[in-house]
Write a new protein. Sequence first.
Length: 187
Amino acid sequence: MYHYLIGTITERGNGYVSLETKGGIGFLLTVSDPLSFEIGKEGKFYVHEVYTESEHYLAGFPDKKSKEAFIDLISVKGIGPKTALSALSGTTPEELYFAIEGGNLSYLKKLPGIGPKAASQIILDLKGKLLEAKSKEAIASTPYLSARDALLALGFKSKDVDKAIASLPAGLNEEEAIREGLRNLKR
Protein backbone atom coordinates (compact mmCIF):
# COMPACT_ATOMS: atom_id res chain seq x y z
CA MET A 1 0.00 0.00 0.00
CA TYR A 2 1.33 3.48 0.85
CA HIS A 3 4.71 3.97 2.52
CA TYR A 4 4.72 7.74 2.95
CA LEU A 5 2.98 10.86 1.67
CA ILE A 6 4.42 14.32 1.10
CA GLY A 7 2.25 17.40 0.90
CA THR A 8 0.99 20.55 2.54
CA ILE A 9 -0.97 20.41 5.77
CA THR A 10 -4.24 22.17 5.01
CA GLU A 11 -6.28 21.39 8.10
CA ARG A 12 -6.02 19.81 11.52
CA GLY A 13 -8.59 18.74 14.02
CA ASN A 14 -9.27 16.37 16.88
CA GLY A 15 -7.00 13.44 16.05
CA TYR A 16 -6.38 14.19 12.38
CA VAL A 17 -4.60 16.32 9.83
CA SER A 18 -5.49 16.88 6.20
CA LEU A 19 -2.58 16.61 3.78
CA GLU A 20 -2.87 17.89 0.22
CA THR A 21 -0.38 16.28 -2.16
CA LYS A 22 1.07 17.92 -5.29
CA GLY A 23 -1.48 16.09 -7.42
CA GLY A 24 -4.26 17.96 -5.65
CA ILE A 25 -5.42 14.95 -3.65
CA GLY A 26 -6.27 15.52 0.01
CA PHE A 27 -5.58 12.71 2.46
CA LEU A 28 -7.16 12.58 5.90
CA LEU A 29 -4.56 11.15 8.27
CA THR A 30 -5.32 10.03 11.80
CA VAL A 31 -2.40 11.17 13.98
CA SER A 32 -1.48 10.97 17.66
CA ASP A 33 -0.76 14.69 18.14
CA PRO A 34 -2.32 16.97 15.50
CA LEU A 35 -1.20 20.15 17.31
CA SER A 36 2.43 19.32 16.55
CA PHE A 37 1.80 19.99 12.85
CA GLU A 38 1.49 23.51 11.47
CA ILE A 39 -1.12 24.41 8.86
CA GLY A 40 0.45 25.61 5.61
CA LYS A 41 3.71 23.74 6.16
CA GLU A 42 4.90 20.91 3.98
CA GLY A 43 5.13 17.59 5.74
CA LYS A 44 6.17 14.01 5.14
CA PHE A 45 4.07 11.36 6.82
CA TYR A 46 4.80 7.67 7.03
CA VAL A 47 1.42 5.98 6.80
CA HIS A 48 -0.17 2.73 7.87
CA GLU A 49 -3.54 1.61 6.53
CA VAL A 50 -5.90 0.54 9.30
CA TYR A 51 -8.68 -1.72 8.16
CA THR A 52 -11.09 -3.22 10.70
CA GLU A 53 -14.69 -4.41 10.52
CA SER A 54 -15.94 -0.96 11.47
CA GLU A 55 -13.21 1.43 10.28
CA HIS A 56 -10.89 2.13 7.38
CA TYR A 57 -8.38 4.98 7.61
CA LEU A 58 -4.74 6.00 7.20
CA ALA A 59 -2.70 6.54 10.35
CA GLY A 60 0.07 9.10 9.83
CA PHE A 61 3.42 9.38 11.61
CA PRO A 62 6.10 12.10 11.47
CA ASP A 63 8.93 9.54 11.17
CA LYS A 64 9.62 5.90 10.44
CA LYS A 65 10.40 5.03 14.08
CA SER A 66 6.97 6.21 15.21
CA LYS A 67 5.31 4.07 12.54
CA GLU A 68 7.34 1.04 13.65
CA ALA A 69 6.40 1.66 17.30
CA PHE A 70 2.73 1.81 16.26
CA ILE A 71 3.02 -1.48 14.36
CA ASP A 72 4.75 -3.08 17.38
CA LEU A 73 1.99 -1.87 19.70
CA ILE A 74 -0.88 -3.13 17.52
CA SER A 75 0.80 -6.54 17.41
CA VAL A 76 0.14 -6.83 21.17
CA LYS A 77 -2.93 -8.80 22.18
CA GLY A 78 -5.71 -6.38 23.15
CA ILE A 79 -4.07 -3.21 21.79
CA GLY A 80 -5.96 -1.69 18.87
CA PRO A 81 -4.95 1.10 16.51
CA LYS A 82 -6.73 3.88 18.45
CA THR A 83 -5.12 2.81 21.73
CA ALA A 84 -1.69 2.60 20.08
CA LEU A 85 -2.06 6.10 18.60
CA SER A 86 -3.21 7.44 21.94
CA ALA A 87 -0.27 5.83 23.75
CA LEU A 88 2.21 7.28 21.25
CA SER A 89 0.92 10.78 21.99
CA GLY A 90 2.51 10.47 25.44
CA THR A 91 5.96 9.14 24.55
CA THR A 92 8.67 8.77 21.94
CA PRO A 93 9.54 5.45 20.30
CA GLU A 94 12.89 5.40 22.13
CA GLU A 95 11.31 5.96 25.55
CA LEU A 96 8.65 3.34 24.77
CA TYR A 97 11.29 0.74 23.88
CA PHE A 98 13.34 1.58 26.98
CA ALA A 99 10.27 1.10 29.17
CA ILE A 100 9.36 -2.21 27.53
CA GLU A 101 12.86 -3.66 27.79
CA GLY A 102 13.22 -2.45 31.37
CA GLY A 103 9.84 -3.89 32.36
CA ASN A 104 8.81 -0.42 33.51
CA LEU A 105 5.08 -0.94 34.19
CA SER A 106 4.65 2.42 35.90
CA TYR A 107 5.90 4.30 32.83
CA LEU A 108 3.65 2.36 30.46
CA LYS A 109 0.60 2.82 32.71
CA LYS A 110 1.06 6.60 32.49
CA LEU A 111 0.58 6.55 28.72
CA PRO A 112 -2.87 7.62 27.49
CA GLY A 113 -5.15 4.62 26.99
CA ILE A 114 -2.82 2.13 28.68
CA GLY A 115 -3.93 0.60 31.96
CA PRO A 116 -2.23 -1.99 34.18
CA LYS A 117 -3.48 -4.97 32.18
CA ALA A 118 -2.44 -3.48 28.82
CA ALA A 119 0.96 -2.42 30.20
CA SER A 120 1.61 -5.97 31.43
CA GLN A 121 0.54 -7.42 28.09
CA ILE A 122 2.84 -5.05 26.18
CA ILE A 123 5.81 -6.15 28.27
CA LEU A 124 4.81 -9.82 27.99
CA ASP A 125 4.45 -9.70 24.20
CA LEU A 126 7.35 -7.36 23.28
CA LYS A 127 10.06 -7.59 25.94
CA GLY A 128 13.17 -9.28 24.62
CA LYS A 129 12.00 -9.05 21.03
CA LEU A 130 12.89 -5.38 20.67
CA LEU A 131 16.24 -5.19 22.46
CA GLU A 132 18.41 -6.38 19.64
CA ALA A 133 16.72 -4.51 16.82
CA LYS A 134 15.37 -1.31 18.30
CA SER A 135 16.53 -0.63 21.84
CA LYS A 136 20.22 -0.64 20.92
CA GLU A 137 19.41 1.80 18.12
CA ALA A 138 17.40 3.90 20.58
CA ILE A 139 20.24 3.85 23.13
CA ALA A 140 22.64 5.11 20.46
CA SER A 141 20.33 7.98 19.53
CA THR A 142 19.61 9.38 22.99
CA PRO A 143 21.50 11.28 25.69
CA TYR A 144 21.83 7.99 27.57
CA LEU A 145 24.66 6.83 25.30
CA SER A 146 27.30 8.55 27.48
CA ALA A 147 25.79 7.03 30.62
CA ARG A 148 25.84 3.59 28.98
CA ASP A 149 29.51 4.03 28.04
CA ALA A 150 30.39 5.14 31.57
CA LEU A 151 28.68 2.12 33.12
CA LEU A 152 30.41 -0.23 30.69
CA ALA A 153 33.75 1.39 31.60
CA LEU A 154 33.06 0.50 35.24
CA GLY A 155 33.07 -3.17 34.26
CA PHE A 156 29.37 -4.01 34.12
CA LYS A 157 28.15 -6.47 31.49
CA SER A 158 26.59 -5.00 28.35
CA LYS A 159 23.32 -6.92 28.81
CA ASP A 160 22.94 -5.69 32.39
CA VAL A 161 23.79 -2.09 31.43
CA ASP A 162 21.27 -2.10 28.57
CA LYS A 163 18.57 -3.35 30.94
CA ALA A 164 19.49 -0.73 33.57
CA ILE A 165 19.47 2.08 31.01
CA ALA A 166 16.19 0.85 29.49
CA SER A 167 14.39 1.25 32.82
CA LEU A 168 15.45 4.88 33.31
CA PRO A 169 12.79 7.57 33.13
CA ALA A 170 12.96 10.09 30.32
CA GLY A 171 14.55 13.50 30.70
CA LEU A 172 17.59 12.73 32.84
CA ASN A 173 20.88 14.45 32.17
CA GLU A 174 24.06 12.40 31.82
CA GLU A 175 25.05 12.57 35.50
CA GLU A 176 21.56 11.62 36.70
CA ALA A 177 21.41 8.77 34.18
CA ILE A 178 24.71 7.36 35.45
CA ARG A 179 23.58 7.63 39.08
CA GLU A 180 20.18 6.00 38.40
CA GLY A 181 21.80 3.38 36.18
CA LEU A 182 24.15 2.42 39.04
CA ARG A 183 21.19 2.10 41.39
CA ASN A 184 19.43 -0.17 38.91
CA LEU A 185 22.54 -2.31 38.50
CA LYS A 186 22.97 -2.75 42.26
CA ARG A 187 19.42 -4.10 42.68
